[in-house]
Design a protein around this ligand. Sequence first.
Ligand code: DGL
Length: 270
Amino acid sequence: MAVGIFDSGLGGLTVLDAVTRRLPEVPFVYYGDNAHAPYGVRDADDIYNLTIAGVERLFAAGCDLVILACNTASAAALRRMQENWVPRDKRVLGVFVPLIEALTERHWGDNSPPREVAVKHVALFATPATVASRAFQRELAFRAIGVDVEAQACGGVVDAIEEGDMILAEALVRSHVDALRRKMPRPDAAVLGCTHYPLMEKVFQDALGPDVTVFSQANLVAESLAFYLGRRPEMIGPGTEPAFLTTGNPGRVSDRATQFLRRRIEFVSA
Ligand code: DGL
């Protein structure tokens, strides 16, 4: 009865927290590839191979459904995995689509033609690999017309969060928001397109100002997973125990995770 949650490191914990609150009866197995984070500065092949290794480990832990709680892996590897690699009886889903559906005022699975939506100027904050993939703009173009997107690659923020250096992370977020504003002075919405960034959501909102609506993924992904499992309950795999797996140092990763989620989290070696 387990569902897998994959991330390059600690960022997916923002999604884990939301899905655990939304679906308390489902055991989740979390995999953080902390030894190889950040993914955002890696090339697409590298991200593909690392993501496959993590997802395989989650399949072995009894998960038939794995959520890539990582935009970088969702943008750079998911489509290739679904086309060439995911076994028939397993599912791997990403975190992009729920966010874009919310932004474009759509319900799950609404594949009607693109149309005009309320937001017109969207600021996208994401890792360099996610920005380079243009996956966000592609998914958006399937659903909306007339939306101007300005993307800001937020180099350094994930490293700082993984290192627990929140002062550096805050300074970097403020400078990336300044850089974005030089390209798009008045965004009406901002997308936090990396699952690490909700840990800095207050700083993003403060730097952007109260007129900008900030879209963050965790709750949107939780709603979408609840809807999916309602339709496909058989995709809850045979695993019964929640677990936290890491490729990094379990003691160090546990301490950081505990600090972020404000409850004791014990990681073990993947
Ligand atoms: N949290 C991830 C994302 O959503 C990965 C960041 C990284 O490893 O660079 O993009």
